[in-house]
Each structure stands twice: as structure tokens, then as C-alpha cells.
Design a protein around this ligand. Structure first.
Ligand SMILES: [Zn+2]
Ligand SMILES: [Zn+2]
Length: 436
């Protein structure tokens, strides 16, 4: 047999519930049952209600089918009601004959039998691997990777003096496909005290739950804008961009649970109300996971792309989550100063060395008038001011220009000094006028 055997009875019921959810049954719920070894799964298909008995045992015999039949007959539902017995093992001959007998007699409450082989087929049909012990999520869709070269080129558009798109080398790219579950849920809760209803929740939420771990600790709100993009086949994306695929570490039931917990935490609020005695009270209103109905839990991969180019001596990279042309940037080493890392924009590209610099670390080359960074520039003093050059040759060329300047032009090489002198002259003149 398979690793399906390693599931506990409880996990088996959760797995069966996930399976039927994936097959489009509605209101699938694992219900507690009192004083019984198992728990029922109940669900709906249109107006037909199903009561499902789960048996994680090797052999299921006639009494189980019989008991399920009476449970169906007494189930409270306005409409057709059917039974189902699902086992990871097999049914005995008498169990099968009993179910056949109900069907042949046109019983209003027939009981379908689903054995281990059927179960595996049902699982495969919806991409659930029932051979892996945990009914793990097999996901074949990813958001599109997009064009890493374009992403880097667009980042460079925010950098002054940067090389044009066509002049940038093709980026070094790596992709990791990270699992998420895209969840839609409806939460309904009413909070009452002795003075009546103080708070009501009735809302639909859409959240993205990171799925590298079974119990996500926080949703990823910034990925919401990506999940609107149409996914593509994971295989096709990997054929084109390569990349590693990270595993879903939990079952669908784990992520549904995690999503419900996350929503409960997010929707918790403190309500202030006045009691009958005119005293003001405060109460924490937090919905319980039972108030959350997870309508959809779509597993999906989100490509995390690392792309870097080195047009000069420096490498400039970008790390982002991608959905075709949409991106959520995680690390930006394009719009960043290589000299101080925390300097603010605007950023300027230095053609001389290939670095990107903040305003503090950018100068104007005195000879050519182009930007040059303080990291690579050659400096020289002219009229008590520091000038910056691409190299010694440019510095020497400018020295010759400077020597040839008329004497009244040279002070213009130090505008701050000129301004200070002018201010001093004005002050002296004003003082002189005042003395008159
Ligand atoms: Zn800087
Ligand atoms: Zn430079």
C-alpha cells in the first residue's frame, strides 16, 4: 500500500474533504460527531446533500454501509440526500451488495462506495498526490516570469546618464518559484452583549498566504496586485527561464486553516459601548475560524527573479516578485549609491567606472561637463576649488585651458568664493553708506 496509510484518521477526513472541495463540491465540512470513532464530512452538490463516512481502514464491511444509510435517512436537509463511504482500503463483498441493493431498489438515500483505488484516481484528476502521505499540493501553474532584461532596463530609466536599454548587456538571471495560496473568504460574525449587538462582520476578503511553511504567520498583501495576472504552465516557464521550485510544505487544509487564522487576527477590533448602567465598556471582538468560510484556496507559484547587469566595473541587480509586466521589488541595487548605499536619489550613472551614485557622491567632470562619481574621479585644485576629472589626461587638458584663461575668468572657477567676496563687498559698501 501507499503512504496514504500514514495519515491519522483525522488527517484522512481532512484529506477527503480537500479532495471533494477540489472536485467542486460546496459547503464541504468536517463535522464533529459525538461518541463515535469517526467524523462525518458533509457537503453539497447543487441541492443534493451528501453525508460522507470516512474509514481509514484496510477493510470496510456491511454494517458501516448500513449505518451510513440510516445516517443519511435521518439527515436534516430539504432536498435529496445521499450517502458516501470513502475508504483508503477496500469494501467487502456484502458491503458492496448492500450498496447495490439500495440502488437497485430505487432507495431515496443511496450510498456510493469509494475505495482506495477510486480515491487515488479522484486525487490525480485534480492534481492531488495521494501517494505522498499528506495529500500534498501539486501545483502546475505559476505567475509569468516576464522579461528580466526589461525589468533591469526600466530600473535604469530612473538613473540619470544611464546607458540606454539597447546598450545594457543581457542580465544574469535566476528564478525561484515560491509557493503561495491565493485565498478568497467570507467572514460573518456577530458580537453581542447584554445591551444587544455591538459589532457585526460581514465581508469578503482576498488574501495571499505564503506557503513555504504550513502555518503562515502573515499574509503577503503586496502580492495581491500580482495574483490578478493570468498564470502560465510551470513547465513552460521553467523551459524558458530555468529555476528552482520550492515546495508547498503543507496540505490544502493547512493553508485554509492558516488563512482563517490570519483573517481572524486581521479583523479583530476593540469596540467601545455603553452598558445599561451607563458605564462605558470596551470589548475585543475577534471572529473565530468557524466564522470564516474559505470559498477558494488556489495554489500558485510566484517567481522570485534576481537579475543583474554589469555595464562597467560594478554589478547592478534587482530582486523582485514577478507577474509578467507587474513586479514587486524586494531589493533594488540599481537605484542605489554604490558609495554609501543609503544615499537618496536622484541617482546618476558614472560612465567612467559604471557605478551609480547619489547626489552627494556625484560631481560634474570639469572638462567634459558629464557626471563623474567621487569614487573614480581624479581631483585637482583650481582657484581654491576642487575639480573632478575622468582621468589625469583630462585634468592636464583642463590645466592648459585654465592657464590660457584671461585673469578675470579664473575666479569663476570658484563660484562660492566669488559669491562670498561679492557679499563682503556689498556689506562694506552698505557700511560705508551708513557712515555718510
Ligand atoms: Zn552616496
Ligand atoms: Zn565613477
Amino acid at each position: 500500500m501507499t503512504l496514504l496509510d500514514e495519515l491519522s484518521g483525522f488527517e484522512f477526513e481532512e484529506a477527503v474533504a480537500s479532495l471533494f472541495r477540489a472536485h467542486g463540491y460546496e459547503d464541504v465540512a468536517v463535522a464533529d460527531r459525538i461518541a463515535d470513532e469517526g467524523r462525518d464530512v458533509t457537503m453539497r452538490d447543487g441541492d443534493v446533500a451528501y453525508v460522507v463516512e470516512c474509514k481509514h481502514t484496510d477493510v470496510v464491511s456491511r454494517p458501516v454501509v448500513q449505518k451510513t444509510h440510516s445516517a443519511v435517512a435521518t439527515y436534516d436537509h430539504d432536498g435529496p440526500t445521499r450517502g458516501m463511504v470513502v475508504t483508503s482500503g477496500r469494501f467487502t463483498g456484502p458491503a458492496e451488495s448492500y450498496a447495490e441493493g439500495l440502488r437497485d431498489a430505487g432507495d431515496p438515500h443511496p450510498v456510493e462506495l469509494v475505495d482506495g483505488d477510486d480515491l487515488r484516481e479522484l486525487g490525480e484528476a485534480v492534481g492531488m498526490d495521494l501517494y505522498n502521505g499528506r495529500i500534498e499540493i501539486v501545483c502546475e501553474e505559476t505567475l509569468p516570469v516576464g522579461e528580466p532584461g526589461l525589468a533591469v532596463a526600466e530600473a535604469f530609466e530612473d538613473v540619470e546618464n544611464a546607458p540606454p536599454r539597447a546598450a545594457l548587456p543581457a542580465p544574469e538571471t535566476s528564478v525561484v518559484y515560491r509557493p503561495v495560496v491565493d485565498v478568497e473568504a467570507v467572514t460573518r460574525a456577530t458580537f453581542e452583549t447584554s445591551v444587544g449587538v455591538i459589532h457585526r462582520i460581514d465581508r469578503r476578503d482576498h488574501i495571499v498566504v505564503p506557503a513555504e511553511e504550513p502555518a503562515a504567520t502573515s499574509p503577503a498583501p503586496d502580492l495581491l496586485e500580482l495574483t490578478g495576472v493570468e498564470p502560465v504552465a510551470l513547465d513552460a516557464a521553467r523551459d524558458r527561464h530555468g529555476g528552482r521550485v520550492e515546495r508547498f510544505d503543507g496540505t490544502e487544509a493547512d493553508y485554509r486553516e492558516a488563512a482563517a487564522e490570519l483573517l481572524c487576527a486581521a479583523l479583530e477590533t476593540t469596540v467601545t459601548y455603553t452598558g445599561d448602567n451607563n458605564v462605558t465598556y470596551q470589548r475585543e471582538c475577534r471572529p473565530s475560524p468557524d466564522d470564516v468560510d474559505v470559498r477558494r484556496a488556489r495554489p500558485l507559484y510566484v517567481p522570485r527573479v534576481e537579475a543583474a547587469v554589469a555595464p562597467g566595473e560594478y554589478e547592478h541587480g534587482l530582486v523582485y516578485d514577478a507577474a509578467g509586466p507587474r513586479r514587486v521589488v524586494r531589493r533594488d541595487a540599481v537605484r542605489r549609491c554604490v558609495h554609501c548605499a543609503d544615499g537618496e536619489g536622484p541617482y546618476t550613472y558614472c560612465d567612467n567606472c559604471g557605478s551609480v551614485s547619489c547626489e552627494t557622491h556625484t560631481r560634474i567632470e570639469r572638462l567634459t561637463g558629464e557626471p563623474v562619481c567621487t569614487g573614480c574621479a581624479v581631483t585637482a585644485e583650481f582657484f581654491l576649488d576642487t575639480k573632478y576629472f575622468f582621468d589625469e589626461d583630462n585634468a592636464a587638458a583642463f590645466r592648459r585651458e585654465y592657464e590660457a584663461m584671461p585673469f578675470y575668468r579664473k575666479p569663476l572657477e570658484n563660484p562660492r568664493l566669488v559669491a562670498a567676496v561679492a557679499a563682503a563687498v556689498v556689506a562694506v559698501v552698505l557700511a560705508a553708506v551708513a557712515l555718510l
